[in-house]
Design a protein around this ligand. Sequence first.
Ligand SMILES: *[C@@H]1O[C@H](CO)[C@@H](O)[C@H](O)[C@H]1NC(C)=O
Ligand SMILES: *[C@@H]1O[C@H](CO)[C@@H](O)[C@H](O)[C@H]1NC(C)=O
Ligand SMILES: *[C@@H]1O[C@H](CO)[C@@H](O)[C@H](O)[C@H]1NC(C)=O
Length: 232
Amino acid sequence: MKKFIYIALASSVAAFANAEIPAWHPPTKGEVRSPCPGINVLANHDILPRSGKNLERQVVVDALSKWYNIDVAISTGLFEMAVNFSGHAGASSFDMVDIWIHHNATVNAIEGDASFSTVWKQTRSFWQGKTIDVQEFGNAAQARYLTSNATNPTFYFPDVQNIGAAMAFMTSVLGDPVAGTVPTRFVDDWIVNERLPARLGWSTNEKLTDLATLGDLGAKNSGKFFHAGGHF
Ligand SMILES: *[C@@H]1O[C@H](CO)[C@@H](O)[C@H](O)[C@H]1NC(C)=O
Ligand SMILES: *[C@@H]1O[C@H](CO)[C@@H](O)[C@H](O)[C@H]1NC(C)=O
Ligand SMILES: *[C@@H]1O[C@H](CO)[C@@H](O)[C@H](O)[C@H]1NC(C)=O
């Protein structure tokens, strides 16, 4: 469950009326980012601290609520999880760079980028249309699973099992939370540029993202992958 929510955050997005969105720019020297695009995007807009440091509970919960329309209980859980991953359980804030899970910051600063480009190239190749649907998310997830299993000696199955949750989260805040579809251009802008795709037509979803919506979409997405491999 913890991992479910964590990975879900890695794939979320949303915004408000364009005029209200604080100016975007990518991190500059000394500013740190996390493995989660969801919060990196907000830092790039100065909605969370641009420095990526000292993210306080209330600031994080408010930001996730206002910009992503995520239920407060989930936002609070996400904050606590991040604090736990940072190795300072119980702290009132965390630094983005501390929540890389598998290695330390030095290693991830390099490996994170390299693996991201590889992973993204493969994932993106499954999305050729203007809209991504649950089957296309499933196809990408299945490919990631098979590749990880074949090439990563420390591959741990639950990491990928949670892709359904990640897709559900991204869909809930970026696209249509019932149909499970998302405009491809929103995903590109959010993942690649780590930017709120408001100028491309996105705005904060009016429907709250909570456990019920995530559960429905997660089930929908999970049902679309591994249908052939039989691992689920
Ligand atoms: C964070 O860690 C604390 C202490 O180990 C634990 O009680 C709590 O459930 C964890 N919270 C989350 C969201 O992982
Ligand atoms: C991070 O890991 C690398 C490789 O294991 C190691 O050389 C480096 O000293 C570590 N850095 C910290 C701050 O622990
Ligand atoms: C990886 O693939 C092998 C062979 O199909 C399978 O036995 C194993 O369970 C898979 N590992 C995981 C973590 O799913």
